[in-house]
Design a protein around this ligand. Structure first.
Ligand SMILES: *Cc1c(COP(=O)(O)O)cnc(C)c1O
Length: 228
């Protein structure tokens, strides 16, 4: 497990270096440790190394880890596809949702968010590359969904998220991340604040940070390969 500590230290250093080089504060972006397919012991090791934010894609797997690690007071982010009939545990147990892509789900999450909990932070997942199978709302639908979220009292519109197509073409991925940043600026001009940009994964987080990412979602570069 010392490998996890080592990987985290290395990633933190790289993130801080890129941020500083871009004229940003060294702590201006969050590192989200995506722990789907990883054991509770691996999450515990990352937590021991100071990691607090963890991302999960499957509700049942996530709940088992949350229960096992309850004493650690970790922050959990849902980063998987949301099934409309399985929103309740997401609304009740997570602090962040990165993959909101339809109003129906927003309304359900709002209705199911416990009254005593802080507002659920949601990011709108944007499909910039026309890959419907990965989820996400097309760019043209983002403003309407954002306005719908702003009407819901138990949700906080935290930002935007995107998943790029699988490619080795870094220029293309960088351009895509730049488009998410531009979309955030256009929304801001029309009075919609969606400040966070959740973009960048193990293979491209440096690119994403250079394009303004405020949250990199890093799995295998921290934990190693996932269980199938
Ligand atoms: C699995 C996953 C990640 C992490 O991917 P790695 O390549 O392991 O860093 C990031 N974002 C989402 C939405 C994921 O599902």
């Amino acid at each position: 497990m010392t490998e996890i500590t080592y990987h985290l230290a290395e990633i933190r250093e790289r993130v801080a270096t890129i941020l500083t080089r871009s004229g940003r504060a060294a702590d201006d972006a969050m590192i989200l440790a995506v722990s789907k397919g990883q054991s509770a012991a691996a999450v515990r090791a990352a937590a021991a190394a100071g990691q607090r934010d963890f991302g999960e894609s499957y509700v049942r797997e996530a709940l088992a880890k949350m229960d096992e690690l309850a004493e650690l007071s970790l922050r959990w982010h849902f980063v998987g596809r949301i099934q409309a009939n399985k929103t309740r545990p997401i609304a009740e147990r997570f602090q962040w949702v990165h993959t909101l892509d339809r109003e129906k789900v927003a309304i359900r999450l709002d209705g199911q968010r416990p009254a005593q909990a802080p507002r659920l932070k949601v990011l709108i997942q944007v499909d910039l590359a026309g890959e419907a199978q990965k989820g996400g709302v097309p760019e043209a639908g983002v403003a309407d969904l954002a306005r719908a979220v702003l009407e819901l009292p138990r949700l906080e519109l935290a930002g935007l998220m995107t998943i790029p197509p699988l490619t080795d073409d870094h220029a293309r991925t960088g351009a895509l991340y730049g488009r998410l940043r531009e979309l955030r600026e256009r929304l801001a001009q029309s009075g919609i604040a969606a400040p966070a940009l959740s973009m960048g994964m193990s293979g491209d987080y440096e690119l994403a940070l250079a394009q303004g990412s405020t949250c990199v979602r890093v799995g295998t570069a921290i934990f190693g390969p996932r269980a199938a």
